[in-house]
Design a protein around this ligand. Sequence first.
Ligand code: SF4
Length: 280
Amino acid sequence: MTIDTAEQMRISMRADCSQCFGLCCTALYIAASADFAMDKIAGQPCTHLQPDYRCGIHATLRETGFKGCTVFDCLGAGQQVSQVTFQGMGWRENPEHGELMFQVFPIMLQVYEIKAFVAEALTYPVSHSLREKLSIEFEKLEGLTRLDAERLLKLDLHSCRVPIKALLTETSISIRQQLAKATKLKLQARHYAGVDWMGKKLAGNDLSCANLRGAFLIAADLRGANLRGADCIGADLRDANISGADLSTAMFLTQMQLNAATGDMHTKLPAHLQRPSHWK
Ligand code: SF4
């Protein structure tokens, strides 16, 4: 797969709620918290879900205690289950499919999350052999998204993840090494995987090319920080302030991470991600 094709693929991985039967509002278990104002069991439609599968409080989600709904991003898994796996048969009109559809959605969601990371990895100038391996895994994931419901339920996602995790790590190291070399940085000194920087003041810090995998950055002050080339896979950016920060070439950053953070019109973002509408 070429870099251009991979870029188009990554950009196209966006939720289209008009093609989905409200699966995130129904299939998932959600515990009451500051992000969601009530408990909701898996398979039970949210009380705000309308008969037409639209949200009845869409315009006021944040003000009414449902901030988490503005953060969630299925990457297109919802419309895939609705329109491909179940061929446009909604669970309200075809209740006999409901339970199966709700079980399949979380699995498809995970396949899409992995697929988005592999698509992003394919947008980088990696070696020919690494590109070949990533392309093979991408094709396999594409195939999984087209499986029928029964087969999706039997998927061993752990076995899918193991080889991909190694390839994404290899991609991260390769690209960050290239960037670090160009800017004369020492990559070894930038290993912060899993670090606990909750609420830490990091405004203006240079974290370019850093390994921030799984870092706890909840409510961290990252205003104006340089996060170019930083690997952000799994980093917890809830309520982190990234106003004015440069994430334009941050690696494996997701729309959900951005939605959960606070930024502004000066925050620089990768081209495949969108500026959240609730930012100033
Ligand atoms: S509040 Fe709206 S978006 Fe959130 S789960 Fe309920 S129906 Fe869905």
